[in-house]
Design a protein around this ligand. Sequence first.
Ligand code: NAD
Length: 488
Amino acid sequence: MPIKSILHKVAHPFSSTSKAASSITFDKFCNIIDGKQRSGDQIHNAINPRTQEKLWDIPIATENDVNDAVKAAERAFQDWRPTPIENRQKLMKEYIQLWKEHHTEMTDLLMAENGKARTMAIVEVDSVSAFWEYFSKITFPVEEFEDEQKVVKTIYKPLGVAVGISPWNFPLSLSLAFKVAPAIVADCPIIIKPSPFTPYTAAKAIELAQQIFPPGLIQCLGGDDRLGPWLTGHPDVKKISFTGSIATGKKVTEACSKDLKRVVLELGGNDPAVVCEDVDIEATAAECAMGSWFNTGQMCVCTKRIFVHEKIYKPFMEAMIKFTKTLSLEAEGEGALLGPVQNEMQYEKVLEVVEDSRVKGGGKGFFINPTIVDNPPSDSIVWKEEPFGPIVPVQPWKDEADVIRRCNDDKTGLGACVYSKDIERAERIAANIDSGTVWVNSFEKPVPEAYFSGHKMSGLGGEGSVKGMLAYCNATVNQRYKKNVNYA
Ligand code: NAD
């Protein structure tokens, strides 16, 4: 049965653990403003990348909707602000429970809007509960210093109304896990703007949150090209957390500069992986392939350039091809790891990088076979640009200093991987790569406990960990003197 028809049938009552016993359906989508569902005169439909069929109607937010959402968020900020952190985190734990009860419907919805294979969709749905669990337990850091004269303490105060703008590749993780959870712990109301390519899961997840959180605290506005600028230009929005492309990140920064809004940018990357000659070839080739093909190559920290030591270059390439051939690219996405590319624009872009790789038969959906490019020149598009699809180039290396230089020869610096049995050597190479995270002996796996950030053009500030939560706060230093100073 097609996913869409399964979803049309779903009408699940909330569990008794939720505050309000109401129902949620997965075939009607609205913006969420001040605790209520709001539709509109203009609607939009995203496309299922697996079937190329139109998905459900969803309203296009107006400027009036933006103003109402910001006002509701400000009211929530005033009402919610005295709520102690323990109470906020108690509500977060209730949400996790509710989230788990809707695991299957969220997975199906994510597959429909994004095209992910089921395995990948489950990873993303689970990432939301994992991040919420982490953020529902953290505490503010205690920063105190004392000497004979004074006591110095730092306290953190919420910035106010925040906006989270997300891309289409991880519509749930990058809205709910990386942005909503830390904002709530920090005591900031947040408005999420999902990508128009994937507007449904975030809207539904935030509709679900209305059963637990007060109105105006967590809101969702989907819309067209006007919506992002309305939000980044709104004078009462105090912080923008943006995840997306470098080009849009620059526009967001420019808009935020007008009133010096706080801004966090999580942008693109061109992750290198360095494979040393002492590795287990088969295991490491599989690890690199997973890094390249994860989410069909559409992850900011996918492995996007692989450097293999020249002594093992040929057997490594053979092992990577062999492993990749075991992965299936199924139209239904049930037993597969790889799905279609998410949208037509991206599909055309990846096809430009590698032509003639369309899956034969059927002819439906934005499917591209995973492609490994053997030793392309360093000025080729596939080497220099983030393709954001299932294609990865490989080059040989022999000198450690030279491979580090080649890793760093890029305008971005988001993630990187180093593979070696010699941990000291791997750590030395890792320490010299200019990127926000370096994974050693693993492909890229962001976790809630770690600060996720980019060097160079990959971003500004970061998300995840206590540090990511503090990015929703202003610091105030309280410097108290113990006795009067005698100036005479
Ligand atoms: P995009 O920049 O086109 O869009 C991202 C979001 O910004 C969308 O919601 C879009 O509607 C919105 N937007 C567009 N114009 C805007 C404007 N002027 N003002 C405000 N918002 C605006 O990116 P995309 O194509 O959706 O996503 C792919 C990119 O995202 C890739 O480059 C990828 O590397 C990057 N990405 C980065 C991370 C990270 O954490 N560093 C994670 C995932 C994706």
